[in-house]
Design a binder for this molecule. Structure first.
Ligand SMILES: N[C@@H](CCC(=O)N[C@@H](CS)C(=O)NCC(=O)O)C(=O)O
Length: 324
């Protein structure tokens, strides 16, 4: 088995390989790079990835950077996960690399200009122009994607692929700005369906051993953040009534008939999912913390998010601290 570590930052494009790893379903570790603390510029991180960016993937001690390379490698290394459709020849393979490169080098730079125009011109009126020009440049790309998704459900047709996760990350970042995406109805529909896929992918969580060993709240949450803990308790009650966590897990474990989620099982998973679906996102809603608290993989993410939350409350991010 390959030992895999993903260096990841919340909301960043590292979400795409994170989703890939979830789809693959093999154990992996996440190292959260706290942008707000400038950890991506630390000597330690630069020694690993001198570009100071996420994602960085470390597989059996070997370091790989750049989404195109990471996603291509994961797809070849774990073909059964079907991150990309089977490529019968070099030409089809090259087409797939072209699609990944389009996301990384065609779309991503525009996302950055829309999210943080101030990094491209530090004179206030200039910032608005950077945004406006990036918007103008992005619109034909959204139109292209929208046309493609009018004719088919996913980027490659009937089957979800990692390119869908990539364009969905673009949608998520861009529509979180003043960019109005409402006219791209097919791209919006794709966003909806991508969430459903992400929910079901992550609700694959399987309780191991005795369900009574799991607790609803992460160990020190109650003392560290009593307000958050209280919210979680309330949400839990509103969602599950008098069910205890262990009863829920026990029922969930009993009812699983599929061992892996596949897009074609989507309806079945959603219908059967009385387990509150967990959205595979970077900052989970309080009621999603229940399942995250159960999974060791998420502990470092959770800790880092708590730190970031604390810092966010204490001070606004430094102007040059983050580039998505
Ligand atoms: N070409 C790289 C771009 C990676 C990238 O720009 N990552 C952003 C997050 S979305 C980052 O690490 N920004 C930190 C910075 O530039 O300071 C890839 O596709 O992997």
């Amino acid at each position: 088995m390959t030992d895999i570590v993903l260096y990841f930052a919340p909301d960043s494009c590292a979400r795409v390989p994170l989703i890939a790893l979830e789809e693959i379903g093999q154990p992996y570790r996440i190292e959260v790079v706290a942008f707000m603390k400038g950890q991506h510029r630390s000597d330690e991180y630069l020694a690993l990835n001198p570009k100071g960016k996420v994602p960085t993937l470390v597989a059996d001690g070997n370091v790989l950077t750049e989404n195109v390379a990471i996603l291509s490698w994961l797809s070849d290394r774990f073909p059964e996960a079907r991150l990309l459709p089977p490529a019968p020849d070099n030409w089809s393979r090259a087409q797939q690399v072209s699609d990944l490169a389009y996301c990384a080098s065609g779309l991503h730079p525009l996302v950055t200009r829309l999210r943080i125009p101030q990094f491209f011109c530090d004179v206030p009126p200039g910032t608005g122009r950077v945004f406006a020009m990036a918007e103008t440049a992005m619109r034909p790309n959204f139109a292209l994607i929208d046309r493609r998704l009018a004719a088919q459900r996913w980027w490659y047709g009937e089957h979800w692929s990692i390119v869908d996760a990539y364009i969905n990350w673009v949608w998520f970042r861009v529509t979180g700005t003043a960019f109005d995406g409402s006219s791209y109805t097919n791209f919006a529909r794709h966003d909806d369906e991508s969430h459903a896929v992400a929910n079901t992918v992550y609700s694959l969580f399987q309780a191991k051993g005795s369900c009574d060993d799991y607790c609803l709240l992460p160990p020190d949450l109650k003392s560290a953040n009593p307000k958050h803990a209280e919210e979680l308790d309330t949400q839990w009650g509103a969602t599950f009534g008098s069910w205890t966590l262990s009863k829920l897990l026990f029922k969930a474990r009993e009812s699983r008939s599929r061992t892996r989620y596949r897009p074609e099982y989507r309806k079945e998973f959603l219908n059967a999912s009385f387990v509150f679906p967990v959205f595979l996102d970077d900052l989970p809603a309080p009621n999603d913390l229940a399942l995250i608290a159960l999974d060791d993989t998420w502990k470092p993410v959770y800790e880092a998010l708590k730190d970031l939350d604390d810092e966010d409350e204490a001070q606004p991010p430094a102007a040059d601290s983050v580039r998505h």
